[in-house]
Design a protein around this ligand. Structure first.
Ligand code: NAI
Length: 483
C-alpha cells in the first residue's frame, strides 16, 4: 500500500522521521511517496503551499500522512493545512484525548480518567476564510453552516460513536446566540440522533462545556462541534491530558483522509531533536487502524504506552527528576519495547483486516443537497451602508429611497437596533444595516432589491446587501438586538 507523506516544517521532519523509523522497525507494509507541501513551497511561489505534483499524488493515493506546516504571516496566503482539509473535503476532524499512564496531569493525579473524542466540523464556519473590510473601520467574516455539511459530519460522528460503543454523544453549540447557524447544526444533530436510539444524545452550550471540562471531564464521551469552537475546545482538551504533544488528529473524508498531530510546527524547539513525537505517532496509529493494519497499530501503541508508563520522556513532560531523552532516543525506546504490554490501556492484538482496493476516482464535484427545503420567497433586503451620520438622519435618507415596494423597518449598528427605537448610549461605527421589508401586499423580486440599491447608492456607499428569504413560516434571517 502506498501513501503520500509530507514531513512539514519546524519540528515536522524530526518527528516524522522518528515515526517512520518506528513503522519501519515494525515492518508496517506501507511505502511512501514524499510530497512537497509547506512553508518552503509557498516560498517557491506556489500560493496554496503545495506543488501540482503533490496535489495529484495525494488525489491518486487517497491518504496523506503529514507533519505540521507553517503558514507564512502577512503574505496574503492561506494555511496549507486548512486548504488541504477543505479541498479534499475531509469533513470530519476526529481528535482523541485520552489519559496516558505516565503522563501526569492534575486529573491523573486525582484518579479522574479522561477519554474524550472530539468530532469537529472541518470545512465550514469561519474557516471558509471569507472576510471583507466593509469600511476602513468595519470588518466582516462570513460564517457558513450548511445543512448537508452538518448532516455529513454528524452522521459520521454517530457512526463512529456506535463503533467505539460510546455511552453518550453531545452536540456543543452556541445556538442561544447564533440561532440560525448553530441552531441549524443543533437541529441536524437531533435529526440524525433519531437513527441511533441506542446512543444517549444531548447538547451543551460551549461556554458551559468549557467550565465542565475543566472540573468534570469524565462526564463526557463524544463531542460534536462546529469548526472554530471545535478547534478551541480541542486545545483545551489537549491541556487536560498533558499538552499538545499527546493530541492526535484524523481528517476523515469519503475519498481522501489526512492524518496529522493537533500541534503546530513548534518553531521555538525546531531543529533541536527534542520534540515529542507522541501526537504524530498516535495519528499514525489511527491511520494504520483506518487502513486495516490493526496488528501493527496495536503493537506500536502498546510499545508507546509501555514506554510512557516506564517513565521515559521528552523534555515537554514527565518527571523532571529523570533526564529527558531526545526525539530519536524516544523513538528507539519505543522500538525496543515492541511486544511489551502496558499495565493500563493495553490494545488487543487483532489481526490485520483484508485491504480492499478502493477506486474512488471522481469525474465531477459532488453537489450536496439535503432535499428538504420548500420553495421560498424574498420578503425584504438588508442593505449594509456606510455612514457617519446619526440614526435619524440615515433613516430619513433611507426612507426617501424606499419607493412603493419597500418600507424601512429598522436600522442596526453592529447588530443592535438604533432606529426607530434605541439608546443614545449605543456606540456607533460607520456602518449601518438598513432593513427594508416588502410592503405587505407586494411581491418582491431580486430586481426590486437591485433598484433599491441603485436609489440608495445616490446617498450612500453600500457595503453589501443580503436578501431576506422566508420559507413558509421559517424566517431566514435574525432580528437585530432590541428589534
Ligand atoms: P505550536 O503547536 O507549534 O506550539 C505551541 C507550543 O507547544 C510551543 O511551546 C511548542 O514548543 C509546544 N509544542 C508543540 N508541539 C510540540 C511537540 N510535539 N513536542 C513538544 N512541544 C511541542 O503552536 P503555534 O506556536 O501557535 O504555531 C506555530 C506554527 O504552527 C504556526 O505557523 C501555525 O500556523 C502552525 N500550525 C500548524 C498546524 C498544522 O500543521 N496542522 C496546527 C497548528 C499550528
Amino acid at each position: 500500500m502506498k501513501i503520500a507523506v509530507a514531513k512539514g516544517d519546524g519540528i515536522g521532519p524530526e518527528i516524522m522521521d522518528a515515526v517512520l523509523k518506528i513503522f519501519e522497525a515494525e515492518n508496517v507494509p506501507l511505502t511512501y511517496e514524499f510530497v512537497e507541501m509547506g512553508k518552503w513551497v509557498f516560498d517557491k511561489g506556489y500560493s496554496n503551499g503545495m506543488t501540482p505534483i503533490a496535489k495529484d499524488t495525494i488525489e491518486e493515493l487517497g491518504i496523506l500522512f503529514k507533519g505540521p506546516m507553517e503558514t507564512p504571516k502577512g503574505k496574503g496566503v492561506k494555511s496549507v493545512n486548512v486548504t488541504a482539509r477543505k479541498t479534499w473535503n475531509t469533513y470530519a476532524n476526529k481528535r482523541v484525548f485520552k489519559t496516558l499512564h505516565g503522563v501526569d496531569t492534575v486529573f491523573s493525579k486525582a484518579g479522574i480518567p479522561i477519554d474524550l473524542t472530539i468530532v469537529r466540523e472541518n470545512i465550514e464556519d469561519t474557516y471558509g476564510g471569507i472576510e471583507h473590510m466593509l469600511t476602513q473601520d468595519v470588518t466582516l467574516s462570513r460564517r457558513f453552516i450548511t445543512r448537508p455539511g452538518s448532516l455529513q459530519l454528524i452522521r459520521y460522528a454517530f457512526e463512529m460513536a456506535m463503533k467505539k460503543t460510546s455511552k453518550r454523544i453531545t452536540c456543543i453549540h452556541k445556538a442561544n446566540i447564533m440561532k440560525i447557524t448553530d441552531g441549524l447544526f443543533l437541529e441536524c444533530f437531533y435529526e440524525v440522533a433519531k437513527d441511533f436510539p441506542e446512543l444517549k444524545a444531548d447538547d451543551v452550550i460551549v461556554d458551559d462545556l468549557c467550565m465542565k471540562l475543566v472540573t468534570k471531564p469524565d462526564l463526557f464521551d463524544v463531542l460534536v462541534l462546529t469548526n472554530l469552537q471545535g478547534d478551541i475546545v480541542s486545545d483545551l482538551c489537549a491541556g487536560l491530558i498533558g499538552g499538545l504533544g499527546f493530541a492526535p488528529s484524523a481528517n476523515i473524508g469519503d475519498h481522501i483522509c489526512i492524518f496529522e498531530a493537533v500541534h503546530g510546527t513548534a518553531p521555538d524547539i525546531a531543529g533541536k531533536n527534542i520534540a515529542n513525537p507522541t501526537a504524530l505517532l498516535l495519528s499514525g496509529v489511527s491511520m494504520l487502524q483506518h487502513l486495516g493494519l490493526m496488528k501493527h497499530a496495536a503493537i506500536i501503541e502498546n510499545a508507546l504506552l509501555f514506554t510512557l508508563e516506564s517513565g521515559v520522556h521528552t523534555g515537554d513532560f514527565g518527571d523532571k527528576k529523570h533526564a529527558a531523552v531526545n526525539t530519536t532516543q524516544f523513538a528507539e525506546t519505543i522500538i525496543s519495547n515492541f511486544g511489551k504490554i502496558p499495565s493500563l490501556g493495553a490494545k488487543q492484538l487483532l489481526p490485520n483486516l483484508p485491504v480492499s482496493a478502493t477506486d474512488f476516482k471522481l469525474g465531477k464535484n459532488p453537489m450536496l443537497i439535503s432535499g428538504k427545503m420548500k420553495s421560498g420567497k424574498i420578503v425584504g433586503v438588508d442593505m449594509f451602508i456606510e455612514s457617519e451620520e446619526q440614526p435619524e438622519a440615515v433613516a430619513k435618507k433611507c426612507e426617501s429611497h424606499a419607493g412603493n415596494k419597500f418600507k424601512l423597518i429598522s436600522l442596526s449598528n453592529r447588530g443592535t437596533q438604533v432606529w426607530p427605537t434605541g439608546s443614545v448610549y449605543t456606540n456607533l461605527v460607520n456602518q449601518y444595516n438598513a432593513r427594508f421589508e416588502a410592503i405587505a401586499e407586494n411581491e418582491i423580486f431580486q430586481q426590486d432589491s437591485i433598484e433599491l440599491y441603485s436609489r440608495l447608492s445616490t446617498d450612500f456607499k453600500i457595503c453589501s446587501l443580503e436578501l431576506l428569504n422566508a420559507w413558509g413560516d421559517i424566517k431566514g434571517y435574525s432580528l437585530a438586538q432590541g428589534q
